[in-house]
Design a protein. Structure first.
Length: 369
């Protein structure tokens, strides 16, 4: 992409989002698809992601906070929205005010929902995640409260802890959770026959048809990242986000001279370095120092020295003819080369979710495709 606005931008490919949603729908069989657009659509833009997901087969949306639901409603999104996170105080009434569905896991939460006018609740069972949710063997009080509450039990749900672990030491725990939840659902369907049963995230959706139930909840796959931290094209997913900047400076560095805070990099030979006006305040982590690569004129060049708040440096090589203004791709494709969120995640020992979500708000979003 030429003509990068200001110093850098996030480029979001609408066509990739649409393609990924169609891929998810195809992988979901007969199950409905709830598109997860929390955290500003994993950094891609919540409203844009929601609109594209709904236009390409999703029926429902999920967010984490009431504020995120309010943002979608203010933008004219009319589809069902489930708030996945814990609510407190006035948030119950705000959820009712935008006709959002909410997750409950304790009898008192059913009371809060009733008192605030929330009409649709989802009962969350903890089948092994150990976070939000009532333990299945301790769910009787929640079920009793939901039976007599004024709200409609719209959903029965759980959350898998290891769906993305295909061969590791905890790979079998996914199946254990699935069997626990399935056993509970067999009993609860008789009590709440109209409830939608949902458990699968992106990984579980692709991994096991038995986990899809009535609806799947897909987030990371919508954005073209692999739920298994592998090459996303293996699942017919197309990365939708690029981080694009430019060379703001090129400079000759002599042998043994250092670059950046702390002198963590020193030149082994004379070379040309380039300064890129992107730093950790934009979500490009300090952990990328001296390990990551970026794309300049179709080739990979290493990130050298400390990543600063607002800039980073790269070694362009002693034969460099790169010029100020040349495009730099920190995430995405340039020519035949591509740097994926999975690769960036590996460089900083994290997951692709964090890579896209970390991209800061001061980076303008540009939509293409």
């Amino acid at each position: 992409m030429s003509g990068t606005p200001e110093r850098a931008c996030i480029v979001v490919d609408r066509g990739a989002l649409a393609h990924n949603m169609r891929t998810i729908v195809a992988a979901s069989g007969r199950a409905r698809v709830m598109a997860v657009v929390k955290a500003d659509g994993y950094g891609h833009g919540a409203v844009l992601s929601a609109d594209i997901a709904l236009a390409n087969g999703a029926t429902d949306l999920a967010v984490h906070t009431v504020g995120e639901a309010e943002q979608l409603r203010a933008a004219g999104v009319g589809a069902p929205i489930l708030v996945l996170g814990a609510l407190t105080g006035a948030e119950w009434g705000r959820a009712a005010g935008v006709n959002a569905e909410v997750v409950v896991w304790a009898p008192e939460a059913v009371g809060y929902a009733d008192a605030s006018g929330v009409t649709r609740i989802h009962l969350k069972l903890d089948s092994g995640m150990g976070r939000l949710g009532v333990r299945i063997d301790e769910s009787a009080a929640l079920v009793d409260a939901a039976r007599v509450g004024r709200g409609n039990v719209a959903g029965l749900m759980t959350h898998f802890a290891t769906a993305d672990d295909l061969e590791g030491e905890h790979a079998g725990f996914f199946r254990e959770q699935l069997l626990r939840f399935r056993s509970a659902v067999q009993r609860l369907r008789e009590i709440f026959p109209d409830a939608t049963v949902h458990a699968a995230n992106s990984a579980a959706t692709f991994r096991d048809p038995d986990a899809r139930f009535d609806m799947v909840r897909c987030g990371i796959a919508l954005y073209g990242c692999s739920p298994f931290h592998e090459d996303p094209t293996l699942r017919d997913l197309r990365p939708a986000m690029s981080l694009v900047s430019h060379l703001a400076l090129t400079k000759t560095i002599l042998s043994r001279e250092s670059v950046g805070y702390g002198r963590t990099w020193r030149a082994e030979r004379g070379t040309q370095i380039g300064l890129i006006p992107v730093g950790y305040a934009d979500g490009y982590s300090r952990a990328y120092a001296n390990v990551a690569e970026v794309l300049v004129n179709g080739r990979r060049v290493p990130v050298i020295g400390a990543v600063s708040m607002d800039s980073l440096t790269v070694d362009l090589g002693p034969e460099s003819v790169d010029r100020v203004g040349d495009e730099v791709v920190l995430l995405g494709r340039q020519g035949d080369e591509m740097i994926t969120a999975e690769e960036l995640a590996a460089w900083r020992h994290t997951i692709n979710y964090e890579v896209t979500c970390a991209m800061g708000p001061r980076l303008p979003r540009v939509h293409v495709g």
